[in-house]
Write a protein that binds this ligand. Structure first.
Ligand code: FNR
Length: 182
């Protein structure tokens, strides 16, 4: 399945990026993952939504061509990092390319809650009329204490986390291939 992964951090040593990279390799047999550079997108501007820049147009086309979308993101100040929200706003206008798209949300933080509050907001955002994404219910991937769960090479060494991710990705595959209920 062609899959676009939206990573909410551009930090060089980002835990979330490492998790996304781990997932890209581990689930390559089913999900062909590509990760657009969200930091290259300009700020959303309603004045240019009908005539977006090449970067924005290519980004929207990539989502349109995807069978599935995976969001892997940190939580910033109890919510969604601005860069990720900016990308989602572009997707919600004119050609609403997230509509009906199967989406999985994953998040990691060194803290105990593992992005719970960010993910609650994300689910709300993804249900907005311009988004109308098909978010996988349940299967909430909150990776808390992430700094203790990755090895030197960035792979996930915590077997409980890997086992859980394996089961979630199986569920997501089934969900993404199923006909939408509506
Ligand atoms: C954070 N961090 C954080 N963590 C958390 O669990 N809840 C939060 O609300 C916040 N808020 C927050 C705001 C800002 C501006 C920064 C920079 C950081 C800490 C955050 O989880 C930590 O820095 C992660 O390592 C960021 O993810 P990446 O970059 O490692 O993927």
């Amino acid at each position: 399945m062609q899959t676009t992964v939206l990573v909410g951090s551009i930090r060089k040593e980002s835990f979330n990026r490492k998790i996304a990279d781990f997932m890209k390799e581990r689930y390559a047999d089913t999900f062909r993952m590509t990760m657009p550079e969200l930091e290259k997108l300009p700020y959303f501007d309603q004045d240019t939504e009908e005539t977006p820049s090449d970067e924005v147009a290519a980004f929207k086309q990539q989502i349109k061509d995807s069978d599935a979308v995976i969001i892997v993101t940190p939580e910033y100040n109890h919510s969604v990092p601005g860069m990720l929200k900016n990308a989602l706003d572009w997707l919600s206008r004119v050609d609403k390319v997230l509509t009906g798209k199967p989406v999985l949300i994953v998040g990691a933080s060194p803290g105990f809650l593992g992005t719970v509050r960010c993910q609650m907001h994300l689910r709300q955002i993804l249900a907005a009329p311009g988004m109308s994404a098909r978010v996988l219910p349940g299967n909430e991937v909150f990776i808390g204490g992430v700094h203790q769960k990755l090895g030197e090479d960035g792979s996930i060494t915590d077997t409980g986390t890997v086992d859980f991710l394996d089961s979630v990705m199986k569920n997501f595959e089934t969900f993404a291939k199923a006909e939408p209920a509506l």
